[in-house]
Design a protein around this ligand. Sequence first.
Ligand SMILES: [Zn+2]
Length: 162
Amino acid sequence: MPQSKRTPKTRRRETARRNALGIVLAGCPVHELRTKLRAAGMRPTPQRVALGWLLFGKGDRHLTAEMLLEEAQASRVPISLATIYNSLHQFTGVGLLREIAIDGSKTYFDTNVSDHHHFLIEESHALIDIPKVSVDLLQLPEPPYGKSIASVDVVVRLRNNA
Ligand SMILES: [Zn+2]
């Protein structure tokens, strides 16, 4: 009977091994990503983990679906643009990404979901975060009766000096 061989000593060793594994996993980005997805109520499918790895593994970023597709292809993650769009909207839906629409045609996904504004460099279409404090001085209009301001998204467009 294998059960009778489990002396307290073996159990202690097993617990120690599990704890050691826990410590190793706590520092593992993939494990942290799975935990992040689960905490947001998303099942950590291999595809989501692969995309999350590309999205969240490099600090604060602003990406379009096309940019993410290029990165996925470069990392040999087999995925279609349609699936990337779906996943980006799912990530946005659970609050892991913030969607920023520019000119109604170009949509960026921001891995920094905190309240902040953006510079848009017109030549390269690159977005840069503006520290929150520097836009707090804006004189906001009084909202119409019965309405209140939910959020303010400022995009300051930059061009090269002539
Ligand atoms: Zn941003």
